[in-house]
Design a protein around this ligand. Structure first.
Ligand code: HEM
Length: 446
């Protein structure tokens, strides 16, 4: 479908065949991003990976990430962080046993802690006053910054499409973006200053320990293909914080909500966990391949509730012809992942949440099956998909293994609201409230 926003051509892709044309056959031509206000004001003037246009800077950024944070080796080396944080999440939920709990709050805290520890080498936020050190930002503040980033990156800004109205900032979003950028600047300044001080203290024996150390070293490297300035450093540190936290937490909240709506699916999941894991230990990451039902729940969640209803916008850099249609250079393309996962030619009863549909089918979420693209496909595909999947699989499995899940007494499964709130990510409009009770022996929770 071709539209015009102001004077700019827009194409919306809603079928797997056309998604393949854009993201595979003509991937080289659609691997850029439009220059929208969000990229300018919330992402260091397009200096992060997500908003950088196709070119040497973006390729270098992806290379750095895929080597230093998101390679299988690095992901494996951070397993101890994920395990520690999962235990902390389980203890917090254990303390909340029997109470009505807004699970989203706990999940976002969990993913933020994981990502900041893996990327920045520490949490860099505090939860309670007793935990406070002068150099850290409060958890709620950081969560709000991430939420705002997603909101402001998903809104329709009139000035993006009618540039002569830009200076009026009619909706006030650009003002909000600039304010958000100030907050992120403060956060990144603290992190960078702390790392520089440690490097200084270590002098010649200093060894890079985390992503921040690596990026700061690269910024000092005169031979780097594209010079990394301070905006680039901050942009690259921001990518995983925004890209890896809300996304994984949203997926887990949707999965839990779907299971609470259909308790028979929850029972099947716990039967599998009891059979494969038993009641006297937690699920480890190496167990995941042996838990096909949990795997199917994750796939089905990402099919019915892709975290990005529309993938991030792609931009064509050359005129081209696709399926007989002329697509001009400078066309913004939105791939509708939500529609792909509901195409009735590929999915039977697409509206139903039915994990079993994946049994005996060779369909995965790694960008090769165009009817299921929760992470996109091709050059711009999510570079964090392995880490995201690892977080979602292992956490969901442990939450279902460690607790029995119920709705509050006055809520029936059929009453659970599944309304979506659209933006750059699509989360559940009304957060799910659940009551958990431990399923395993008490000593495992302390
Ligand atoms: C369940 C978890 C996640 C989901 C569903 C998800 C989904 C996505 C999607 C749909 C895109 C856009 C693809 C496109 O433009 O075609 C994307 C891009 C991106 N994601 Fe993720 N993501 C997740 C986890 C992560 C994690 C853990 C990280 C990093 C630690 C990350 C970092 C990024 C970055 C940096 C981009 C932009 C890539 C580029 O433009 O080159 N994501 N993600």
């Amino acid at each position: 479908m071709q539209l015009k926003f102001g004077s700019f051509p827009i194409v919306v892709v809603s079928s797997p065949e056309m998604a393949k044309e854009i993201l595979q056959t003509n991937d080289h031509n659609f691997a850029s991003r439009p220059a929208l206000a969000a990229g300018k004001y919330t992402s260091y003037n397009f200096s992060n990976m997500s908003w950088a246009p196709n070119g040497p800077y973006w390729r270098q950024a992806r290379r750095i990430y895929l080597k230093e944070l998101l390679s299988q080796k690095r992901i494996d080396s951070y397993e101890y962080i994920r395990t520690e944080e999962r235990r902390a999440l389980i203890s917090r939920l254990y303390a909340l046993s029997g109470k009505e709990t807004v699970i989203r709050e706990e999940l976002v805290r969990f993913t933020l802690t994981n990502i900041t520890r893996m990327t920045l080498g520490g949490k860099y936020f505090y939860v309670s006053e007793s935990d406070r050190s002068f150099s850290k930002v409060k958890l709620e503040e950081l969560k709000e910054m991430v939420d705002d980033w997603f909101l402001l990156n998903g809104v329709f800004i009139i000035g993006d499409w009618i540039p002569w109205l830009n200076f009026l900032d009619l909706q006030g979003y650009v003002k909000r973006m600039k304010a958000l950028n100030k907050k992120f600047n403060r956060f990144h300044d603290i992190v960078i200053a702390d790392h520089k001080a440690k490097r200084e203290a270590g002098k010649d024996n200093f060894v890079a320990k985390d992503m921040v150390d690596v990026v700061l070293q690269l910024a000092d490297d005169p031979n780097l293909e594209v010079k990394l300035k301070i905006d680039g450093v901050k942009g690259l540190l921001q990518d995983p914080i925004v890209g890896g936290t809300d996304t994984s937490a949203i997926a887990m909240e949707w999965a839990i909500s779907e299971l609470l709506k259909q308790p028979q699916l929850l029972r099947k999941a716990t039967e599998e966990l009891d059979r494969v894991i038993g009641r006297d230990r937690w699920v480890e990451e190496e167990d995941i391949p042996n838990l096909p039902y949990i795997g199917a729940i994750v796939k089905e969640t990402l099919r019915v509730h892709p975290v990005g209803t529309l993938l991030a916008p792609h931009l064509s850099t050359e005129d081209c012809k696709i399926a007989g249609y002329d697509i001009l250079k400078g066309t913004t393309v939105f791939v509708n992942a939500w529609s792909l996962g509901r195409d009735p030619r590929y999915w039977e009863a697409p509206e139903k949440f039915l994990p079993e549909r994946f049994f005996g089918k060779n369909i995965d979420v790694t960008g090769h099956h165009f009817e299921l693209l929760p992470f996109g496909s091709g050059r711009r595909m999510c570079p964090g998909y392995r880490l995201g999947l690892m977080l979602v699989h292992s956490t969901l499995a442990n939450l279902l293994h460690g607790f029995s899940w119920k709705l509050p007494d006055n809520v029936k499964p059929e009453d659970v609201e599944m309304e979506e709130e659209f933006g750059l990510t699509t989360h559940k409009k009304i957060p799910i409230v659940a009551v958990v009770e431990p399923r395993l022996s008490a000593h495992l929770y302390v």
